[in-house]
Design a protein around this ligand. Structure first.
Ligand SMILES: [Zn+2]
Length: 238
C-alpha cells in the first residue's frame, strides 16, 4: 500500500473535525500520514480563550491519530489573501507535501471559510511553481488531488467516504472542544453549543451514508475539475 500524506486545512480549530474528522481518523488508522493545518486560532470566537482552543485542538488531533497539527496564526476574521498569508500556506504545503489536500467549502455561512477556500486553493497552485523563490522552502510541491469538504451550508457531494468505523473517533475529537460544543460550558450559547447541533451533525452523516448504503459518511467535492481516469467498474462498486 502506498502511504499517502493527507493534509486537512481549516480556517479555525474544530473546522476539520466537524467536516472530515471521520475521514482523517479512518486514513490515519489505515497507516497514512494525516496532518491538520489551522489558519487561525479562532481568536474572535464567542466562547473560549486562544489558549483553551489550542489545547482543545491538540486533544482532538490525538483522538484522530494526527501526525502533526500546525496553526499558522493568521488573524481570525481579518485574514486576507495577502502575500504573507499565501507564502505561509505555500511553505506549509512544501513542508508536508500532501498527495491529497482537504480544504474548506467555497459556499459557506461563515465568510472566513469562504476566504480560506480561496486562499488555500491559490496557495496550492503557487506551491507547485518551481520559480516561486519567495517561499522559504524552495522545493515545489502540488497535491495530486484537492477536495473541499462540506461545512454548515449544504453542498451536494461528489465523493462519499464511509466513516461508520470512525464516527466514535470524530465525536471524541469534538468532545475535546469543551469551549465550543459543551452546553454546560459557562459562556453565551452559540449555534454550535446546542444539543440540536450535534443532532444535525449526526443526521447529515446518516443522510450521506444512506446514499452509499452505510451508517455514516462524509462528503467531498473535487476542487480541480480536470477530468481524471477511472475504470467504469470502479464507478459501480458498492
Ligand atoms: Zn470555522
Amino acid at each position: 500500500m502506498k502511504q499517502l500524506n493527507i493534509v486537512a486545512f481549516g480556517a479555525h480549530p474544530d473546522d476539520v473535525e466537524l467536516a472530515c474528522g471521520g475521514t482523517l481518523a479512518k486514513y490515519s488508522k489505515l497507516g497514512h500520514n494525516v496532518f491538520i493545518v489551522d489558519l487561525t486560532a479562532g481568536d474572535y470566537g464567542t466562547r473560549g480563550s486562544i489558549e483553551e482552543r489550542l489545547a482543545e485542538a491538540a486533544c482532538a488531533a490525538q483522538q484522530l491519530g494526527i501526525k502533526k497539527r500546525i496553526n499558522l496564526r493568521l488573524e481570525d476574521v481579518f485574514f486576507e489573501e495577502s502575500r504573507e498569508s499565501l507564502l505561509k500556506v505555500v511553505d506549509t504545503i512544501r513542508l508536508l507535501r500532501p498527495h491529497i489536500a482537504l480544504i474548506p467549502s467555497p459556499v459557506e455561512r461563515h465568510p472566513d471559510h469562504e476566504r480560506a477556500f480561496k486562499l488555500i486553493k491559490r496557495a496550492i497552485f503557487m506551491a507547485g511553481l518551481r520559480n516561486l523563490r519567495e517561499a522559504q522552502i524552495p522545493e515545489p510541491h502540488r497535491p495530486s488531488l484537492t477536495l473541499h469538504y462540506i461545512q454548515h451550508t449544504y453542498v451536494h457531494p461528489e465523493i462519499l467516504i464511509d466513516i461508520t468505523g470512525t464516527w466514535v473517533d470524530k465525536i471524541a475529537s469534538l468532545q475535546c472542544y469543551r469551549s465550543q460544543f459543551d452546553p454546560t460550558y459557562p459562556a453565551p450559547e452559540t449555534i454550535l453549543s446546542t444539543k440540536r447541533f450535534m443532532e444535525f451533525l449526526a443526521a447529515r452523516a446518516s443522510m450521506l451514508g444512506f446514499y452509499i448504503g452505510v451508517n455514516k459518511a462524509e462528503g467531498f467535492v473535487r476542487v480541480d475539475n480536470t477530468p481524471f481516469y477511472v475504470d467504469l467498474p470502479d464507478l459501480i462498486k458498492t
